[in-house]
Design a protein around this ligand. Structure first.
Ligand SMILES: Nc1nc2c(c(=O)[nH]1)N[C@H]1C(S)=C(S)[C@@H](COP(=O)(O)O)O[C@H]1N2
Ligand SMILES: [Mo]
Length: 368
């Protein structure tokens, strides 16, 4: 049984470049300018590390202009002693460096049918970088958490009205206490070895590995320890999805997912020429255990080869070698399984805000 059928056969573009074009020759694909929303172009999704100029950008409001001399981060709320941290103190502390990918919860939204409102992302609201900063945990410990603390609220300085004519809010998101206290939840000031850029949260952002991007608050200036769950636009009105029982849940970890980055959808391959069918796989609920690849629309599957083990919280590169022996139409599909046993679903569960889109997608290839 084929999982999916390609609608368009008879491709004209011939994909013959075995080395593939270098990602540096491409630009972000703009989705919006005010505020800036842009996704990583497909060729750049073939590189394990996303070059900073090609790392997707998802801003809800205008980018705030911040100065390191004026910047400070306060930790207050349900704590014994509030803490105020300045930039020069933060960057002089021992630096922790880790690789982590971010995926916007709305990545692949444009695949949904029927269509939903929101940024029409294709495959590129996902990227991988190396982040440098300091773990948040020691600062929370220094402040002294109340025994009644349940969540930690993070606030960016960017603000606006998310719904036309609505009231002005800041970008605020909370995390469960144990996630805020995870040793790899970082206050980040470096990205790919350079000072964080304004679009990605300069001077300091949060990085929450494994979670959808919305948790990694940019332009961070305020942290508040809470004794009750936070209610706010970006926490309880957005980034929510109904579970199978119809109960609304807040989004958290990225769902298991994979995609084919080579060959490209609706292209042709020359008969008899070996290629590597390749792509990325990731999951916020565990490392990738296995990636299954099918070139016949899901009738038969084979195990993909895992390239260099995925470092830290990055995506996993995979490939299979394939020499198309017969001319014809091929439907390439791929599905990932993580160590927790989560299997990428054949189909995305449609939802009105267009989140968590991780269903299998067909890549249609003609061999000529
Ligand atoms: N302060 C602030 N933080 C934010 C956002 C924002 O608009 N404001 N967008 C969030 C969302 S939805 C995503 S997907 C990630 C995107 O991070 P990036 O632009 O560095 O890729 O930042 C998150 N952090
Ligand atoms: Mo996002």
């Amino acid at each position: 049984m084929a999982l999916c059928i390609c609608s368009k056969a008879g491709s004209t573009t011939v994909a013959t470049d075995p080395i593939r074009t270098r990602p540096d020759n491409f630009e972000l694909r703009s989705i919006d300018l005010e505020p800036v929303v842009a996704e990583t172009p497909l060729p750049a999704l073939r590189a394990w590390l996303t070059p900073t100029p090609l790392f997707y950008i998802r801003n809800h409001f205008d980018v705030p202009e911040l100065d390191v001399d004026d910047w400070s981060l306060t930790i207050e709320g349900a704590v014994d002693t509030p803490v105020k941290l300045d930039y020069s103190t933060l960057v002089r502390l021992p630096k922790k460096t880790l690789s982590a990918m971010l995926e916007c919860a709305g990545n692949n939204r444009s695949d949904l049918s029927p269509k939903v409102p929101g940024n029409p992302f294709q495959d590129g609201a996902v990227s991988n970088a190396i982040w440098g900063g300091a773990p948040l945990k020691p600062f929370l410990q220094q402040a002294g958490l109340s025994p009644k603390a349940v969540e930690v609220l993070f606030e960016g300085v960017d603000e606006g009205s998310p719904v036309p004519g609505g009231k002005t809010v800041k970008y605020q998101r909370s995390l469960p206490l144990q996630v805020a206290l995870h040793p790899d939840t970082l206050l980040v000031y470096e990205m790919n070895g350079e000072t964080l850029s304004p679009d990605h949260g300069f001077p300091v952002r949060l990085i929450v590995p494994r979670w959808y991007g919305m948790a990694s608050v940019k332009w961070l200036t305020s942290i508040r320890v809470l004794e009750a769950p936070f209610v706010g636009f970006f926490q309880t009105d957005r980034y929510v999805i109904e579970d199978d029982a119809g109960i609304e849940q807040q989004l958290a970890q990225m769902q298991v997912k994979s995609f084919v980055s080579w060959p490209e959808h609706e292209t042709s391959l020359p008969i008899g020429q070996p290629i590597a069918v390749s792509g990325m796989a990731w999951s916020g609920t565990g490392p990738i255990r296995r990636v299954d690849v099918s070139i016949d629309g899901g009738d038969t599957w084979q195990d993909a080869h895992m390239d260099e083990s995925s470092l830290g919280y990055s995506w996993q590169e995979w490939h299979i070698d394939w020499t198309p022996a017969e001319a014809g139409h091929y439907t390439v599909v791929v599905r990932a399984v993580d160590e927790a046993g989560n299997l990428q679903p054949a189909e995305t569960r449609w939802n009105p805000l267009g989140y968590s889109i991780n269903g299998i997608r067909a890549v249609c290839i003609d061999v000529v």
